[in-house]
Design a binder for this molecule. Sequence first.
Ligand code: ZN
Length: 177
Amino acid sequence: MSTSETCGRILAALLPLGVQAFLATACETPCFPNYARNITAYVVEPNAETPGGIAVDESGFPVDLAAVDGIVDALEVCLGEEIPRECLTVKIAPDWYVSPCSGAQLFPCDIPQTRCANATPDCPCRCAGTVQDNTVAVTTPNLASLAHEVTHIVTGLPDPFPPEVAACADGIVVCTP
Ligand SMILES: [Zn+2]
């Protein structure tokens, strides 16, 4: 059992809410290296949990919770690194939309326009996913960016990922019928 697992179980089982809130902050440190990009500022209020124990804020959209687990399970194997589920939260961007330019699910964010080589006034640079507050993977209902963002959280690495990490980050996609 990892320190973070111990942390989560103690928090859930034993302590009053105020103490939980205090210790939750203390417990964040051993979870992951610091990767706080913070180009979104969504309110995060998880309303669901995957069977594997990952908190999800669906923002009112249908989310395939088993697929969230499947992606994180596959990523864990691919990276060869334990991913403490209680340290991870998935947030569906409430203002996501389908890009008329690329067909991708995107959402507004404070990303520098220089990050998109082909950005135009009609097709501005937007986010397909990001990390908020170190442990929140912000993504869209098709979960296309989930593995990528969780990789940022778990590894602390910025873009571009080294090839062996990129193969995990961008090679794991959800298969929907
Ligand atoms: Zn990235």
